[in-house]
Design a protein around this ligand. Structure first.
Ligand SMILES: [Ca+2]
Ligand SMILES: [Ca+2]
Ligand SMILES: [Ca+2]
Ligand SMILES: [Ca+2]
Length: 455
């Protein structure tokens, strides 16, 4: 619970170790090291970070087992999503959930979708195309939503191509998207729309949007007021532009920290000012050219079209590789020397970021697409515009034993002092301040990230 506080306390040491600026790509950045918020409150799970960290998700609620890959009916993900009250969707099945009707909207608050509970290769969301083939994950008009370790791969084109995102967050607050792997959207891979606030998008892969609207992240569009949003530890790869698009009103707190942006074609990060001027902290990110990055591409661009005010750009330790304009000259006019808002996390140095992300980012275990993608980034290969690969349904793998239906592996329960014969997910047997169900999810994540055999 005090981890963030401890990290904050060691901040001066961290900053001294990566003292900047110097060298190519570090010109034009801010003069003072980042300020990190003190006394950041812990979220409901270890590793909840960012402005959405206070999201409750389904904490304390019912454990609901997803027992079928079917679009709807008893035991379906849709049924869990459409339930009310605090709830956790855990998975007793693995494979592709292909929505044949309109994908479910998450509109009822207090939900956690815990993809890391799925056996085998985990869970992938897609749709069947046609008139109902739309954005597979929509969070709309709600609050306290946590979605972790879910792949979103719309391999078939629907009729609503112009607005088919991978994930849309609309008019919602306290949302955490963590360890998602999103590809092949026909609009943005992730899109914040209208009046959102307290949003974290972390540890996720957003790759290979479908041209001609191959775009990573439109963090806000048509915001009604200030928003706090964190984009931390993600990869955007093989997307022409909006890597990410940053267009918020003044008084927003927006932080883009420790992300890797690879193989943009025209623009990487875009700071817009048509909502009055975005305040933005861009810290510890890597911008890497790839085969589609042309010489006129820009790493951090200030988009002056329809500007209604000046943004504030705090830039620190952003690293660049390749023959493109790293930071547009116009950014210097809105450069500030301290972050518009204190960062919610202590950034790691951009040097070595790819090696770190390879072991952390995306939905685990990595599927063939993500494995290939990570190799492409390491080798500076791959291209924009390849057709989606049709998803192949996975063989069913037996889930871990959970006789008491509390979502926790009974063997893990026995090892950790929980009762495998009674439902006790919200106990805190080890007294670490986190519910034991959350401790189990952390252990589960570590297992599937390690590549160890599991069910
Ligand atoms: Ca969109
Ligand atoms: Ca159990
Ligand atoms: Ca139990
Ligand atoms: Ca605990």
């Amino acid at each position: 619970m005090t981890q963030l506080r401890r990290l904050a306390a060691i901040l001066p040491v961290v900053i001294a170790a990566c003292s900047l600026p110097s060298g190519t790509g570090h010109a034009q950045q801010s003069a003072e090291p980042p300020v990190v918020a003190q006394n950041v409150e812990a979220g409901v799970f270890p590793g909840a970070i960012g402005h959405g960290a206070a999201s409750r998700g389904g904490h304390g609620g019912r454990i609901i087992a997803v027992t079928t890959l079917a679009d709807n009916g008893a035991g379906s993900l849709r049924a869990c999503i459409e339930e009310t009250g605090p709830r956790i969707c855990v998975f007793r099945v693995n494979g592709v959930i292909r929505f044949s009707a309109r994908p479910p909207y998450i509109t009822n608050p207090y939900i956690t979708i815990a993809g890391q509970t799925a056996p085998g290769g985990g869970i992938t969301l897609a749709h069947s195309g046609g008139a109902e083939g739309r954005t597979p994950l929509v969070i709309k008009g709600t609050h306290d939503v946590i979605v972790r370790h879910v792949r979103i791969r719309p391999d078939i084109s629907g009729n609503e191509q112009g607005s088919e995102d991978g994930v849309t967050i609309e008019n919602s607050e306290r949302v955490i998207l963590d360890h998602l792997s999103v590809s092949w959207a026909r609009d943005e891979l992730v899109n914040g729309f209208a009046d959102n606030d307290a949003i974290t998008i972390s540890n996720s892969i957003f790759a290979a949007g479908v041209p001609r609207h191959d775009k990573c992240a439109l963090l806000a569009s048509d915001p009604d007021g200030p928003q706090n949003l964190s984009f931390i530890g993600n990869i955007c790869a093989h997307n022409g532009d909006r890597n990410p698009d940053i267009n918020f009103p003044p008084e927003s707190c927006v932080e883009v920290v420790n992300n890797l942006f690879y193989n943009a074609q025209s623009e990487f990060a875009e700071i817009w000012e048509s909502e009055g001027g975005s305040p933005i902290s861009l810290v510890g990110n890597m911008f890497l050219a790839g085969p589609d990055t042309h010489g006129a591409a820009i790493g951090i661009v200030r988009a002056g079209i329809a500007a209604t005010g000046d943004g504030e750009a705090y830039l620190w330790d952003n690293g660049f590789e390749g023959d493109f304009t790293h930071i547009a000259p116009e950014v210097a006019d809105i450069l500030v020397d301290t972050p518009p808002c204190p960062l919610t996390v202590t950034p790691r140095p951009s040097a070595g970021l790819l090696a770190h992300l390879r072991g952390s980012v995306g939905t685990w275990p990595h599927d063939a697409f993500d494995s290939q993608l990570m190799q492409e980034i390491a080798g500076r290969g791959g291209r924009i515009g390849r057709a989606p690969s049709p998803l192949v349904q996975a063989d069913a793998v037996a889930p871990y034993a959970d006789a008491d239906a509390d979502g926790m592996d009974d063997a893990w329960e026995t090892q950790h002092g929980n009762d495998p014969a009674s439902s006790d997910p919200w106990a805190d047997v080890d007294g670490n301040g986190f519910a034991d169900f959350e401790d189990f999810l952390s252990a589960r994540e570590a297992t599937i990230q390690s590549g160890a055999a599991h069910n």
